[in-house]
Design a protein around this ligand. Structure first.
Ligand SMILES: Nc1ncnc2c1ncn2[C@@H]1O[C@H](COP(=O)(O)OP(=O)(O)O)[C@@H](O)[C@H]1O
Ligand SMILES: [Mg+2]
Length: 392
C-alpha cells in the first residue's frame, strides 16, 4: 500500500516497488541510476524514470512531510534548491516510511571533486563564494537552513563561477521576513562546523589536495557572507538633492543579480536628510530578463553576461541604423544571428559536455581574452575556431 502525494506535471510513479525499503530496490526496480553524490544520513537512491532522473530519500513520515513543505516554500520564494516532486507514504516491514522525491539537479558538480582535483583549484574560491551567496539568498528570503554543509549543497557552473543550490532542507525553517540576526549567526556557526568537518573527513581519507586549509575554510565562507550581506542590506543617508544615488544603488544591487522589491525612504530625525534602503526579492534579475526576451533559462551570472552582450548589440544596431531600437529587437537579432549559429558550430562539444549556455559563456570569455591581446574585437567566429582548436 502506498499513498502518493505528487505535484502536478510529473509521472505517477505507480509501478515502483513501494512495499520494499529503498535500500532493497536494486532487487526489484529496473530504473536505478548511478550518479555522483554526497554523503547522506538517510538511504538515498536515484532512478531514471520516463526520461527524467529523480532522487528518492527514505525517512520517517513527519520528517519527509516537513522537508516537502519546506522545499515547496523555497521554490515559491524562487530560491536555488532542488525541485521537489512529491512524497510517498508506504507501509513496509519495518513500519510506516516516507519517501521524498526530488528532481535530480542535472549539470551539478559534486563538491568532493572540486576539492580533490588540483585542476579544479581555481574553482575553490568560487565554491566558497557560492556557498556564502546561497546563504545570503536564503536568509534574505526568510529561510533558516540549520544544516548547511558541503554534502547538502550542489554546485552548477555559472559563467566561469559557481551557483550553489540547497539539496537538504530537513532542518530548515521559514520566517515571515528576513531571518533574524541571532538565527543567521547560528546558521553560519553550523555551516562552519559542518564544512570544516567535511574537509577533515576528506583529509583523513587522504583525498584532500595540498593547499586547502581545513580549519578556516568555514570561517572564510562566513567572512564572504558578511561582506555580501552588508553590501546588499546597507542603509545610506543622503541629502534631498542626491536622489540619483538611489538609482545608482539599485544598479549596483541589480548587477549582483538581485531584483528590487521596494525602496524604503525615511527622514533622519536631525533635519532634511533622508535614509534609504533597497529591499531585494530574489537573485533572478538578469535570468528573468533573458528568459522573457529569448526563452533561454540560464543561471544568473550567465544571463548577466549575455544581457550585457545584447545591450551592446542594441547600441551598435541603433548606431548603424541611426534610430533607437528596442531591446526585444536586439535580443531577437542576437538569438538568430549570434547565439544559434554559435551553438550550431559547437554542436559536437555540446554533445560531449552538455550545458550549451555555459559553453557559450566560455566562448565569450575567450573572445574577450583574444580581443584584448589583439587590441581589437576579434569577433565570434575567430573566438569559436580558436576555442575548438585549443580543445576546451
Ligand atoms: N535532487 C537531487 N539532485 C542531485 N543530487 C541529489 C538530489 N537529492 C539528493 N542528492 C544527493 O544525495 C545526497 C544526499 O541527499 P540529502 O538530501 O542530503 O540526504 P540526507 O538528508 O540523508 O543527508 C546529497 O549530498 C546529494 O549529493
Ligand atoms: Mg544531507
Amino acid at each position: 500500500m502506498v499513498e502518493l502525494n505528487l505535484r502536478p506535471s510529473h509521472p505517477a510513479f505507480h509501478d515502483l516497488p513501494w512495499d520494499y525499503p529503498i535500500s532493497d530496490w536494486h532487487l526489484y526496480c529496473p530504473y536505478l541510476e548511478d550518479v555522483p553524490r554526497g554523503l547522506s544520513r538517510h538511504p538515498v537512491i536515484f532512478i531514471n524514470y520516463q526520461g527524467g532522473i529523480y532522487a528518492l530519500k527514505e525517512m520517517p513520515p513527519e520528517v519527509a512531510e516537513h522537508e516537502f513543505n519546506l522545499l515547496v516554500a523555497i521554490e515559491e520564494k524562487r530560491l536555488p534548491a532542488v525541485q521537489v516532486v512529491g512524497h510517498a507514504i508506504a507501509n513496509i516491514e519495518t513500519g510506516k516510511r516516507s519517501i521524498l522525491i526530488t528532481r535530480f539537479l542535472d549539470r551539478s558538480l559534486p563538491y568532493r571533486s572540486l576539492f580533490m582535483r588540483s585542476t579544479l583549484l581555481r574553482y575553490r574560491d568560487h565554491l566558497l563564494d557560492a556557498m556564502a551567496g546561497l546563504m545570503v539568498q536564503l536568509h534574505l528570503g526568510g529561510i533558516y537552513w540549520g544544516d548547511c554543509s558541503l554534502s547538502n549543497t550542489l554546485f552548477r557552473r555559472d559563467a566561469g563561477a559557481l551557483q550553489a543550490y540547497l539539496v537538504d532542507a530537513e532542518t530548515a525553517e521559514v520566517y515571515p521576513e528576513v531571518v533574524p540576526p541571532t538565527m543567521r549567526f547560528h546558521d553560519l556557526q553550523i555551516m562552519e562546523e559542518n564544512v570544516d568537518g567535511d574537509l577533515a573527513d576528506l583529509g583523513s581519507a587522504n583525498l584532500l589536495m595540498d593547499g586547502i586549509p581545513i580549519d578556516d575554510t568555514g570561517a572564510s565562507i562566513s567572512i564572504r557572507y558578511q561582506k555580501l550581506w552588508e553590501e546588499i542590506t546597507q542603509q545610506i543617508i543622503i541629502s534631498p538633492n542626491e536622489k540619483f544615488r538611489i538609482q545608482e544603488r539599485i544598479q549596483v544591487i541589480n548587477s549582483l543579480g538581485y531584483s528590487i522589491g521596494e525602496v524604503l525612504l525615511e527622514s533622519v530625525d536631525s533635519g532634511d536628510e533622508i535614509r534609504f534602503q533597497v529591499l531585494v526579492t530574489d537573485r533572478n534579475f538578469h535570468h528573468d530578463q533573458l528568459l522573457g526576451l529569448t526563452g533561454i533559462d540560464a543561471e544568473e551570472m550567465q544571463a548577466r553576461m549575455i544581457m550585457n552582450e545584447i545591450q551592446e548589440l542594441k547600441a551598435t544596431l541603433s548606431h548603424t541604423q541611426n534610430r533607437s531600437l528596442p531591446l526585444s529587437i536586439a535580443a531577437y537579432h542576437w538569438l538568430k544571428e549570434v547565439y544559434l549559429p554559435a551553438l550550431e558550430r559547437i554542436t559536437p562539444k555540446i554533445f560531449e559536455k552538455g550545458d550549451p549556455v555555459e559553453l557559450y559563456c566560455q566562448i565569450l570569455e575567450h573572445k574577450w581574452y583574444l580581443s584584448e591581446r589583439a587590441g581589437h574585437d576579434v569577433g565570434h567566429q575567430t573566438a569559436i575556431e580558436d576555442f575548438l582548436r585549443l580543445g576546451h
